[in-house]
Design a binder for this molecule. Structure first.
Ligand SMILES: [Zn+2]
Ligand SMILES: [Zn+2]
Length: 200
């Protein structure tokens, strides 16, 4: 029986702001890039507990002008932006492939809206969210649990596992703990407290 497993999800969120810039009669863009790494525990009823979150914000591309010629068509605009990103950043090509068309679309739309009479800046913001999810199954059948478990106590709090209303969580190594105890433990560790097997 599959008791729990882990899952890695990656999302890319794109957002942008347009600003008119008086000084230049052309378009520029800048790129701010944020990496968010989240570690979550999800129980069978779908409730999620955020164990850890790390955010790394970086400004990767400061205001960079795109010559008006390249704003005429999507293809040339995408090529120009891609070449800037390749030169100035080390963003993975698959992430580049997702964000370049978005920046290009914003650039071309703004350029047409302003009819090339005003300079503008597109401030692009990209968020890459990496989510590690530990999926777990609660063990509610006390009888089968008594046979399976070698520990009657939760090794984290040393209290009995099967008393009271506390949720119990089983890791994929089959070791069992109180749900709140193992979530606390996971804030500082990524391995099972009993067998040291990695959880993620
Ligand atoms: Zn406990
Ligand atoms: Zn274990």
């Amino acid at each position: 029986m599959e008791t729990s497993s882990t899952k890695l999800d990656v999302f890319i969120n794109y957002d942008s702001k347009m600003k008119a810039v008086d000084s230049k009669y052309s378009g520029s863009f800048s790129l701010r890039f944020k990496t968010i790494v989240r570690f979550l525990v999800r129980n069978p009823s779908g409730r999620e507990t955020l164990v850890e979150q790390k955010i790394k914000p970086r400004e990767l591309v400061s205001e960079t002008e795109i010559p008006p010629f390249f704003l005429a068509e999507e293809e040339t605009c995408c090529q120009y932006i891609a070449s800037v990103l390749s030169k100035k950043t080390n963003i993975h090509s698959w992430i580049q492939g997702r964000i370049v068309p978005d920046i290009s679309k914003d650039m071309i739309e703004t350029s047409r809206l302003l009819e090339e009479k005003e300079g503008f800046l597109v401030e692009a913001e990209v968020e890459v969210v990496k989510e590690m999810v530990l999926l777990s199954i609660n063990v509610n059948e006390l009888e089968s649990l008594r046979i399976q478990t070698e520990h009657d106590d939760c090794t984290i709090c040393l209290e009995e596992l099967l008393v009271g209303q506390r949720e119990i969580m089983k890791l994929h190594c089959s070791h069992i703990f109180h749900e709140d105890c193992i979530i606390m433990w996971m804030r500082h560790n990524r391995s099972c407290p009993i067998c040291r097997q990695n959880v993620v």
